[in-house]
Design a protein around this ligand. Structure first.
Ligand SMILES: C[S@@+](CC[C@H](N)C(=O)[O-])C[C@H]1O[C@@H](n2cnc3c(N)ncnc32)[C@H](O)[C@@H]1O
Length: 392
């Protein structure tokens, strides 16, 4: 990850604009935290830089993980602009290979979760590829099916950047890339609008099955977002993953299943080529959805409505996780910007797929800093409980 190691930096007066970035404030550790956070904004996307000392008494400046923006080039630029403002005494850095060429294209095709949450594209049929890796299959399908809008979801940043570069070089117009956990994404895709979902060679997670993309919940969501006749196509080289998934698919109603072994596709991914060279078997399960699903309401706004007492919040800040029947809340850290502003780091929601967020409180009003949580049942319940706790 991009970072700059500095001996010293100088705080500057905020808020201040520097090129495309705005630096908003410095938040100092108050309870349980060790780093200083710098609030920042790019094109209305809020994010944080973190400044932390290492064992050698140097300071490492990098992007905070929870609010990280994509692509990586933006983080490198933010770090560079910050260091110019803060007159950093730089010891070393890995941000010098700045490549601006693909930045503009990236903005056009790389979308944040907010984009989909607020204006889910509905004017074309949608096909989704989950964990596209090198992107060979995604790029091939997009070029072949120009009337389809493709959403490619990946969490591996170098793969995302590589595919964004290819989208630019090959002048492809019908792919949107999302850097997000696909398991959660499906939960707020509107019902019955997806034609195909591809899950090719998902990580088998033999020892951590809860991290697998395919789960009962995922299959249910996939069924809901698929049109009647739409398909979820799982391709795997892991017999264990195949067996596990088949058992889950067989529990579903109103679907058809097609099973293949060593089926040839028109395009083979890098990953697949490797398995074929090793003469490993490849298994396919195609789930064909047979029903029309009810629409869902994803309109929850995650607003905090009541006025808050900052002093009371600081004095009663409890870092012990609170566990409820189907969700949890963990207030982790608190930072202070000035007497009227604090920043709280917390995690909450589903036990196996928790949300990590910051809550920013200014002049007695609270809001999520960065993206709001997405409207899963566990997150809505957590939010309502968080508000009660903050209200004391
Ligand atoms: C084994 S690779 C396969 C890549 C590609 N589909 C292929 O066939 O070459 C699995 C990919 O899934 C991605 N991945 C794993 N879990 C994911 C998740 N929850 N959401 C999105 N992508 C995920 C990984 O980053 C990785 O690139």
């Amino acid at each position: 990850m991009p970072h700059i190691v500095v001996k010293e930096y100088k705080e500057f007066i905020t808020p201040i604009k520097k090129d495309d970035f705005e630096f908003l404030w410095f938040a100092k550790p108050l309870i349980n935290a060790r780093d200083t956070l710098v609030g920042a904004s790019y094109n209305n996307q809020k994010f944080l830089l973190s400044i932390k000392s290492n064992k050698k008494d140097e300071l490492i400046i990098k992007s905070d993980k929870v609010t990280r923006i994509s692509p990586t080039i933006l983080i490198k630029r933010a770090l560079k602009e910050f260091c110019q403002m803060a007159e950093c005494e730089i010891l070393r850095t890995n941000i010098n290979n700045l490549n601006e060429k693909h930045l503009q294209k990236s903005d056009e095709f790389l979308k944040g979760i907010d984009f989909f949450y607020k204006n889910f594209p509905k004017d074309k049929e949608i096909w989704i590829e989950i964990g596209f890796g090198s992107g060979r299959h995604l790029l091939y399908q997009a070029k072949k099916n120009l009337n389809i809008l493709f959403i490619g979801i990946e969490i591996h940043k170098p793969s995302i950047e590589q595919v964004l570069k290819q989208i630019d070089l090959q002048n492809i117009k019908n792919i949107l890339i999302l850097d997000y956990d696909a398991r959660t994404f499906l939960e707020f895709v509107p019902s019955n609008i997806v034609g195909k979902i591809f899950v090719h060679f998902p990580v088998p997670w033999d020892k951590k099955p809860h991290r697998r993309v395919i789960s009962k919940k995922f299959i249910n969501e996939a069924k809901r977002v698929l049109k009647k006749g739409g398909t979820l196509e799982l391709r795997t080289d892991s017999k264990l993953y195949f067996d596990y998934s088949l058992e889950l698919f067989l529990e579903e109603k109103k679907i058809r299943l097609e099973i293949d072994k060593n089926k040839e596709l028109e395009i083979s991914s890098k990953y697949e080529d490797r398995w074929k060279r090793l003469q490993k078997d490849i298994y396919d399960i195609k789930m064909i959805n047979q029903e029309i699903s009810e629409p869902i309401d994803i309109g929850f706004d995650f607003k905090f409505t009541k006025e808050l007492d900052i002093e009371k919040i600081i004095n009663s800040f409890d870092t012990k996780p609170k566990v409820y029947s189907d969700f949890f809340i963990h207030f982790e850290k608190i930072y202070q910007i000035d007497e009227n502003r604090v920043l709280i780091k917390l995690s909450f929601g589903d036990f196996s797929n928790p949300e990590h967020r910051y809550i920013f409180i200014q002049n007695k009003k609270a809001l999520y800093f960065g993206n709001i949580p997405f409207a899963s049942k566990a997150n809505i319940k957590s939010h309502q409980e968080i508000e009660k706790i903050l209200n004391g």
